[in-house]
Structure formats: C-alpha cells, structure tokens
Write a protein that binds this ligand. Structure first.
Ligand code: PMP
Length: 450
C-alpha cells in the first residue's frame, strides 16, 4: 500500500473512489454520499477531515473517546500487542490480559460487581446480560422469571435482546415480534415541569412507581430484570430525578428482580465517577459497558456481574461449562491491551474527576444558549449536555440534523443529533476555552438555522 510522507496509508487519507458498496449504519446513505463528511485523522480534542480542517470534537466520537484521540500510551499498547499476540482462542483456552483487565474493572466498579464477561460491543454486552439473568433465575429454580422491563426511549443496542427492551420505535418496528413479554417504564423526560433544569431535574422521582404498577400487572414472579440507562443517551439525554434510581433498586430488592444498569455511555468518567452507579449511589446487580472501555480504539463490550449472581453459576461440577455463551473475540488481546492502557490514562490524568471539576463551568456555558430561537430545553450532568430544539412541523428531526450539519460544515464542530436534540459529550480532556468555543459555534449555528 502506498504511504504518504507521514507514513499514513494514502487510501485512509483520500476521498474513496466509490462509495456505492458500503452500507452505512444508522445513516441516510443517499443523503450522506451526496455530501460526505469524511474524517481522516484525530489527535487530542480534534478530528481532521479529508480537507485537513480541524474539527473540534464535542461528541467524543460517539461517546467513546473519553481520553481524547490518538493517546500515545493506547496507540503503543495496541501496536505492541498486535506484534506479540494477535489473537488467542478464548474457549477452554486463554491469554493473560483478559484476566488482568477483568481484575482492574472489578476494582473500579462498585463492590459486589466482581466478575466480567467480555464481548465486542454494547449490544453484545446487553444481550449477554439478558442471557445471564435468565440462566441465573433458572439455576435458582425460578425459570418462570422470563419477562424483562425496559423503558420508553431507552437504547440498549441492536441485538434482538437489546431491541426487545429498547424504547425507540424506529429501531424496533422492522424487527418483528421481539422477545415475548417485555414491558416498559415511562421515560423521565418532562419538559412541562423540568425544562432548563441545571443538573438533575427536580421532578419525576415518582415515575419509579411505574415498576410497582408493572409488578401488579404481571406478577413479580414472572419478571427477570429491569434494565435502565442511568442517564438515557440515544433517546435524547434524559436525566433521572434524585431518588428515582434508588427507588427502582428498592422495588427490585423487594420482589427478587435483578437490576441492570446499562452504562455504555455513562461509564468511564462521563459523570464524574468511574460509573454513574457510584455517582448516584445505587448499585445494580449487573452492569453493561463498552465505548469508553477502550477509549473507542478497539471494539469491546463487557458485562459486569455481582458476586451473588455469579455464585449461582459456580455450584455445578468443576468440569461443567457454567454458561454456554461467548464470542470468538471475547477478551481479544488487542481490545484488552487498549482497555488497560486506557484505564491507565484515565487514572494518571485524573480524568474521571474532570467531569466534576468542569461541571459548573460546562453547565453555565450550556445554559447561556437559553433564549436562542427554537431552544426548548437545555440539560446537563457531568460532562454530558443536550440542547433540545422545537421540531419543525411535519419534519421531526430535521432541525436537529440541520444544526448538526451546519456545525460540521460551517463551524468545524462535531456534535451528535438524535432527533431534534443536540447531544454533547466532549472528551474529558477538554479545557474551558474549548467549552466556550463549542457553545459559541453551537449558538451561531442554531441562530443560522431556520
Ligand atoms: N447501550 C447504550 C446505553 C448505548 O448508548 C449503546 C450505543 N450507543 C449501546 C448499548 C450499544 O452499543 P454498540 O453500538 O457498541 O452495540
């Protein structure tokens, strides 16, 4: 392959000759290919596009790159691992790093979450959690607990399990009947009472009582688990009122229901602790992780499991396989190497604390956008933010997309739009001047949008 002067492969730095063959995920393929936005390299807080414009990253890629881009320690770890042990079969066979990484994650997580099952994505981490929960109940003679409770507007990936407990209609509607028996809590977004809250919204803790209603409807003995994102991301950055998650925990405990936190986006410092579970003081029985686990550099998911749930699997004869589940790439050496270097980087640079240190500044900066045209809500917590725009009549999502597109094209700023919500989740290495810049550009682009 030809190399450029910098040693980069030329194919990775140029417009592709044809864009026909690649079917892009979650994208308007024809619209995109008519006016592509191509990123070719990244460093620190910035991407560079194919025209070599620096693009300020206000999205950490896609909630992934919490330590910023191209961090040398992570790059070196991946390179060295690729040259040393590229792959090892993970079934009835092992290599050291998954063991090392699992210990590190157990030490980082709330006390009882001491067991780690590796996968390759958030979707797989969620489906793994669902299978572990079902098997757990079966092992305890409660195999009738097969029903999952999710939440409206929730996103738990695109596996058939995650779709079954997800609450975004567009994702579900073509996927058939999905898992039988799932039911849903209401979401906690309430603009009539909570618009422009700073930090957690005041109202809405009582929505946790929905779980009591579903238990009354279905009977607790049929319910396997409740899955929630502590802060819902893809559904539009939806925050819980104080007490809401605590109450879910209490109700689950009363009724023998497993509580699972999907921390794929809230994990790894986004809210000021390693995990939202710690920030909110609520410990789930299982936790699903991905994205920031490897700083986005190599795909990886993980399902953390409590001692109590794990112990149920370790009762049979020692020669028995405890869980018939796994992926060819579970605990892949490159992913483990990337994750370990990522955790070192987070610790050494105290990045988890950044979301607290910068939280007030971030909050004030974002809320300065209040009063701009179409802005109907601003939400923030840790280093997460959202600016919600009023939808255009008959074209929901179009205004959000226009702001996103203008930010990239005219503002050299990467944000994420999910419907008419502009979601912000910058790398945790961000400084105050960069926060100001994000808000300035976003404000200009909202003003320019009709
Ligand atoms: N759960 C949550 C909360 C997520 O935000 C995502 C991804 N945005 C997923 C699961 C799925 O992760 P992946 O895209 O890696 O499958």
């Amino acid at each position: 392959m030809r190399r450029t002067e910098s040693g980069l492969s030329s194919l990775s730095q140029q417009r592709p000759v044809s864009m026909e063959a690649y079917w892009m995920p979650f994208s308007a393929n024809r619209q995109y290919k008519a006016a592509p936005r191509l990123l070719v390299r990244a460093e620190g807080m910035y991407y560079h596009d194919v025209d070599d414009r620096p693009i300020l990253d206000a999205a950490a890629g896609l909630w992934c790159c919490n330590a910023g881009h191209a961090r040398p320690r992570i790059v070196q770890a991946i390179q060295q691992q690729a040259a040393t042990l590229d792959f090892a079969p993970p079934f009835q066979m092992g290599s050291p790093l998954p063991f090392v990484l699992a210990q590190r994650l157990a030490a980082l997580a709330p006390a009882p979450l001491n067991h780690v099952f590796f996968s390759n994505s958030g979707s797989e981490a969620v489906d793994t959690a669902m299978k572990i929960v079902l098997a757990y109940h079966r092992l305890r003679g409660q195999g009738q607990r097969t029903r999952f409770i999710g939440r409206e507007k929730a996103y738990h990936g695109v596996g058939f399990g995650g779709l079954s407990i997800g609450g975004l209609p567009n994702n579900r509607k073509d996927a058939g009947p999905l898992l039988a028996g799932s039911d849903f809590l209401r979401h906690t977004l309430d603009l009539s009472r909570n618009a422009f809250s700073r930090g957690l919204p005041r109202h809405g803790a009582e929505l946790a009582e929905d779980l009591e209603r579903l238990i009354a409807l279905h009977d607790a003995s049929t319910i396997a688990a409740v899955f929630v994102e502590p802060i819902a991301g893809s559904g539009g950055v939806i925050l819980p009122a104080p007490g809401y998650l605590q109450r879910l925990r209490e109700i689950c405990d009363q009724h023998g229901i497993v509580l699972v936190f999907d921390e794929v986006i809230t994990g790894f410092g986004r809210v000021g602790n390693a995990f939202a579970a710690q920030r909110f003081g609520v410990t789930p029985d299982l936790m699903t992780l991905a994205k920031g686990l490897t700083n986005g550099a190599v795909p990886m998911g993980a399902t953390l499991v409590s001692d109590a749930v794990h112990a149920a699997f370790m009762q049979g004869p020692p020669g028995a396989i405890e869980l018939f589940h796994g992926y060819t790439y579970s605990g892949h050496p490159l992913a483990c190497a990337a994750a370990l270097a990522t955790l070192d980087t987070y610790a050494e640079e105290h990045l988890f604390e950044r979301a607290i240190e910068l939280g007030d500044y971030w909050q004030s900066a974002l809320h300065s956008l209040r009063g701009l045209p179409h802005v109907i809500d601003i939400r923030n917590f840790g280093l997460i933010g959202a600016v919600e725009l009023a939808p255009r009549k008959d074209a929901p999502g179009a205004r959000g997309y226009e702001v996103f597109e203008r930010c990239f094209r005219d503002g050299s700023l990467l944000v994420r739009c999910t419907g008419d919500v502009i979601a912000l989740s910058p790398p945790l290495i961000i400084d105050k001047a960069q926060i100001d810049r994000i808000v300035e550009i976003l404000g200009d682009m909202i003003n320019a949008t009709g």
